[in-house]
Design a protein around this ligand. Structure first.
Ligand code: PGA
Length: 239
């Protein structure tokens, strides 16, 4: 595979694992694949000081202003981050973020030099109604696809539920998403899978041709589980 593997650890609203800053941290930046951590805003400086590749979990497009409780793309960049999550389904569901909001975030992130990881995915009801392609198409087509970004397909019904898309279901959606990309970007943009990625399913998922990495939530809080997922990715690298 010509696209480099990308493992993202999304720690959500949890304290960072203590092992992350230890000398044998599995979360460290590597030469052979990309590992990026997404701590709470409070832990961003700790991760940066520990030389982890670090991203923000969300950012507002406005550079500064009266937005109590929020942080901006500009501040995330100034803290030393290189990445930011945009449109995570928990932000869409719990903070009412729309496709238009996500597009504004992506534009702002690119403008300040952050690499956005844009999350898309359907709910269980949408999949049951056969609308998953249409929902994901609308999400993808509302963001600017020319910039240096990564996509993450995260079926909402698989996030934190222990239910995972089968490798075939995930691969099918990744091929579909890739087909929506501008032709000159199609082979280069990485598409991560997220939703209950665990040591038990990581190898099979990562072995799919169009799955270029994983956005890992729950299992990324446990250094041993994250190490196992990392080892799965490493075992799939060409000699
Ligand atoms: P999960 O979360 O691995 O706990 O399902 C994934 C995510 O929300 O990014």
């Amino acid at each position: 595979m010509s696209r480099r593997f990308f493992l993202a650890a999304n720690w959500k609203m949890n304290a960072m694992p203590l092992e992350a800053v230890g000398s044998s941290s599995p979360y460290r930046a590597r030469v052979d694949l990309d590992v990026v951590v997404f701590p709470t805003a409070l832990d961003i400086p700790i991760c940066i000081n520990a030389k982890l590749l670090t991203g923000g979990q969300s950012g507002r497009p406005e550079p500064s202003g009266a937005h109590t409780g929020d942080i901006s793309m500009e501040l995330i960049k100034a803290a030393g981050c290189h990445h930011v999550l945009c449109g995570h389904s928990e932000r869409r569901a719990q903070h009412g973020e729309t496709n238009e909001d996500v597009a504004e975030q992506v534009i702002a992130a690119l403008e300040v030099g952050l690499h956005p990881i844009v999350c898309v995915g359907e709910t269980e009801a949408q999949r049951d109604a056969g609308k998953h392609h249409a929902v994901v198409k609308e999400q993808i087509e509302s963001i600017p696809l020319h910039g240096d970004l990564t996509l993450a397909y995260e079926p909402v019904w698989a996030i934190g539920t222990g239910k995972t898309a089968t490798p075939a279901q995930a691969q099918e959606m990744h091929v579909f998403i890739r087909s929506l990309l501008p032709e000159d970007r199609r082979e280069n943009v990485r598409i991560l899978y997220g939703g209950s990625v665990k040591p038990e399913n990581a190898t099979e998922l990562l072995n799919q041709e169009d799955i270029d990495g994983a956005l890992v939530g729950g299992a990324s809080l446990d250094a041993m589980q994250f190490t196992a997922i990392l080892n799965s990715a490493l075992s799939l690298l060409p000699e």
